[in-house]
Design a protein around this ligand. Sequence first.
Ligand SMILES: CC(C)(COP(=O)(O)OP(=O)(O)OC[C@H]1O[C@@H](n2cnc3c(N)ncnc32)[C@H](O)[C@@H]1OP(=O)(O)O)[C@@H](O)C(=O)NCCC(=O)NCCS
Length: 209
Amino acid sequence: MSPGMIKSPEKMMEKFEIIKPLKGTVLSIQTDRLVLSVYKPSAAPLVTDYLTQNRDFHKPFSQKHSYSYFTVAEQRSYLRSDLRQFERNTQVAFWITLKVNPESIIGRLSFYGLIGGCMNTCYVGYHLDEECQGQGFMTEALNAGCDFMFKYYKLHRIEADILPENKRSISCVERCGFERMGYNEKFMAIDGRYQDHVMFVKLNPEVEM
Ligand SMILES: CC(C)(COP(=O)(O)OP(=O)(O)OC[C@H]1O[C@@H](n2cnc3c(N)ncnc32)[C@H](O)[C@@H]1OP(=O)(O)O)[C@@H](O)C(=O)NCCC(=O)NCCS
């Protein structure tokens, strides 16, 4: 990827610390309360537990999944694919755990569709465990994740597309410095049908072109 010019990376307010990758991960960064990790395929049972527990809660905000999606075998294959994309610099898919309980996943934060060249952009998607809402965990993860992507992938912008009625998600991106920049009609198939999305963008204040 061809990076934009970073003015003064050392001056960026970092909200994360890169730590020695934890067992079963290839990258781990930590924030005040969280660890964000890119997992190896061996984490499939943990991931499957999290997704299964939140299946009904996530359904109105996700693409439609078949029964087999919620199996360890299929999640192992998704993790393999995530890892390949991470190695090719096209995606960074973090799984979120609490520092105090690294054995249980509480969410996912994925930066995907990385494009370099004259665009230097990507999309972001995320979800939390239903029981972990209302505590600022996604705000903390998204702030750290965006800082990380800006610093190490030298992106110019990060885009979040959100259903207009998803007030919690809109509040979260606004808290993290995203601004509303448009409206994408029939943008993504969510819960089985193409739905309109509001486009929010966070620009990297450190990139000068
Ligand atoms: C979208 C989603 C991640 C938002 O979760 P969330 O917990 O509301 O997000 P935040 O981390 O920003 O937390 C904000 C809440 O924590 C509270 N909070 C507590 N401590 C906080 C802190 N230190 N910092 C920020 N907020 C804090 C805020 O007051 C706010 O609560 P409120 O909405 O009840 O007022 C979650 O609702 C979810 O997973 N939804 C289903 C999937 C989904 O919609 N994904 C996004 C698709 S675009």
